[in-house]
Design a protein around this ligand. Structure first.
Ligand SMILES: Nc1ncnc2c1ncn2[C@@H]1O[C@H](COP(=O)(O)OP(=O)(O)OP(=O)(O)O)[C@@H](O)[C@H]1O
Ligand SMILES: [Mg+2]
Length: 345
């Protein structure tokens, strides 16, 4: 029983009372139904929280697990491996950064591997190039020392071979040091306005005796217009000297070498054209590589080191220019150097 009594007063005197009472079973019923509702609410809450947490953790954990798996593949050497990114939230952004990192890692590793390969190739090329003249020098010196030389003429021939090969060795070392010096540099320290007309005329004259000795007709066409480039004068002379040296070497006796100067597509060009057997088209792209020689047998004795054109290419590129080689078999070859206009250089 639930009972409440309140006295009624008049002054200080109690004159009656109000009494309210009710059976407690009805209240119990209400309390129980409240308890039931609270229990169901709690169960629904727990179920919802569980479902939600499974959903959220799946959404978060799955891409993280993928990242962990991809990272494992990367450590095993699969550089550049990517994760499929589906969301744009924090996890998605993390995956994007991960992919970028993986791509950069791949590029860096490839660059390091390429450098390593190049160094290995250089080492084996240099050793090979050093061995040939050293063998010749040793062979001829031993022949002289062992008294195998029968005449003064023969001795002279042996000694001149030794000098030729020593000269070849010196040039090889000079050229290698030259290339090495330019390897990391972007540009030359000493730059000035160079008038190509004058440079071409001077260089051609310097090589005229070489052309004459093979009875090669060496001509130069210099236009009235003055062509000026921003460059290193000694290096530009070296470019033209190397091209002329090749052209004269590869022309047949009594052939022709022509130097031309002009403007094409806003670039100043110098071209060196020579008659002779030319270069097979499949070799044209290789000739700019270090130590590359089309005719391997001819190159073994007394000729170049195969570094001339790679030096030309490097110098021209450091001037912001381009090189090109064209050849028709039997029709000789044309080598052209393009240099950027002065204001862009
Ligand atoms: N004008 C040309 N005609 C035909 N072949 C050429 C010509 N210029 C270059 N070559 C070929 O390209 C190769 C590479 O030339 P490059 O100038 O780099 O080396 P090289 O002349 O052999 O030696 P170096 O210039 O170091 O003395 C030459 O060995 C030759 O086979
Ligand atoms: Mg050469």
């Amino acid at each position: 029983m639930f009972l409440v009594a309140v006295p009624l007063k008049k002054g200080n005197q109690v004159i009656g009372s109000v009494v309210i009472y009710s059976a407690i079973t009805g209240l119990n019923h209400h309390v129980n139904s409240f308890k039931g509702i609270a229990l169901i609410g709690a169960i629904i809450g727990i179920v919802l929280a569980t479902v939600l947490s499974i959903f959220v953790s799946r959404k978060m954990i799955r891409p993280l697990a993928k990242m962990e798996e991809t990272a494992r593949h990367i450590t095993e050497g699969e550089f550049g491996r990517q994760i499929q990114v589906t969301s744009e939230d924090e996890v998605g952004r993390l995956a994007h950064s991960f992919n970028r990192m993986s791509t950069q890692l791949k590029e860096k590793i490839e660059a390091i591997e390429k450098l390593d390969r190049l160094r290995q190739e250089l080492l084996s090329d240099v050793s090979h190039e050093l061995r040939t003249p050293l063998t010749v020098i040793q062979g001829f010196s031993e022949a002289v020392l062992d008294g195998l030389v029968k005449s003064k003429e023969q001795e002279k021939l042996y000694l001149s071979n030794i000098i030729d090969e020593s000269e070849r060795l010196r040039r090889l070392v000079d050229d290698l040091l030259d290339l090495k010096g330019m390897e990391a540099a972007q540009t030359f320290d000493e730059m000035e306005y160079v008038v190509l007309n004058k440079l071409a005329l001077i260089t051609v004259e310097r090589l005229r005796h070489m052309a004459n000795s093979k009875e090669i007709k060496l001509t130069i066409t210099v236009p009235e217009q003055t062509f000026t480039v921003w460059g290193n004068i000694d290096r530009l002379k070296q470019v033209l000297t190397n091209l002329l040296d090749n052209a004269i070497k590869h022309s047949e006796a009594g052939g022709a070498v022509r130097v031309e100067l002009g403007m094409k597509n806003n670039y100043t060009f110098i071209s060196v054209k020579n008659s002779g057997p030319g270069i097979p088209w499949e070799e044209l792209e290789n000739i700019w590589e270090r130590f590359y020689k089309v005719d391997k047998s001819r190159s073994r004795r007394g000729t170049g080191t195969g570094l001339g054109l790679s030096i030309v290419k490097k110098i021209v590129e450091m001037h912001g220019g381009k090189v090109s080689a064209e050849s028709e078999p039997g029709q000789g070859a044309v080598f052209t150097v393009y240099l950027p206009p002065t204001e862009q250089a």
